[in-house]
Design a protein around this ligand. Structure first.
Ligand code: ADP
Ligand code: MG
Length: 203
């Protein structure tokens, strides 16, 4: 990213099948759009278990980190995690994710703009909807929890996937989009977001 302007940062988002079924496509797009990000790639499709596995294993550390996050979340609430071994937890989560994300159509999107990765994560909210802040998409539109998903033996339903880091975003965009499916264009509002001098407004 060092040689790129801030406004060139890109992130990858999936509206998961529950988001599509809850009729939240417009709501999600509205929130990312209103903050000033630019939509540069968009498609709808039904994905495969193989793609879901590839997606979540792009980062070799994802299994460990997600397991650790789950354990910490249980402990913070004074609850017993299903296992003390992060990898054991994520092995089960990955299988559940394959069923979840292939269960219906999904929307795949690439959003671009300054701090796109961090801004989209902030608007999306924390992984477990029970703990996501009010005002975030997950905090406002879904009531799931690890306790509920564990009892049912399924993945936690939280409407969205959003890349966690710039590197993760770059790998995920390459996995889900071909170069010619991404559109380079100027959005008029970028002048007010990024231009150094705001000349040309007053007549
Ligand atoms: P995020 O989507 O917020 O980046 P992770 O990358 O840690 O979260 O996990 C990917 C997805 O796996 C989550 O969005 C959620 O759907 C599911 N998930 C993560 N941890 C668990 C868990 N402990 N139990 C059930 N599902 C989980
Ligand atoms: Mg993640």
């Amino acid at each position: 990213m060092a040689d790129k302007h801030h406004k060139e940062e890109r992130t990858f988002v999936i509206i998961k099948p529950d988001g599509v079924q809850r009729s939240l496509i417009g709501e999600v797009i509205k929130r990312y759009e209103k903050i000033g990000l630019k939509l540069v790639g968009l498609k709808m499709g039904v994905t495969t278990p193989d793609m879901v596995e590839k997606h979540y294993t792009l980062d070799p550390e994802w299994m460990r980190k997600t397991g650790e996050k789950t354990i910490a979340n249980y402990k913070k609430k004074g609850q017993e995690p299903p296992s003390e071994d992060p990898l054991e937890i994520t092995k089960v989560v990955l299988e559940s994710l394959k069923r979840y994300i292939t269960s219906g159509p999904v929307i795949m999107m690439v959003w671009q703009g300054a701090h796109a990765v961090g801004i989209v994560r902030k608007l999306t909210g924390a992984t477990e909807p029970l703990s996501s802040d009010v005002g975030t998409i997950r905090g406002d539109f879904v009531l799931d929890s690890y306790v509920m998903s564990d009892v049912a033996g399924r993945a936690v339903r939280n409407i969205l996937h959003a890349s966690g880091t710039v590197e993760e975003a770059e790998d995920e965009i390459k996995l889900w989009f071909k170069e010619d499916e991404l559109i380079n264009y100027r959005l008029i509002q970028e002048a007010i977001l990024y231009d150094v001098d705001l000349d040309g407004i007053l007549e």
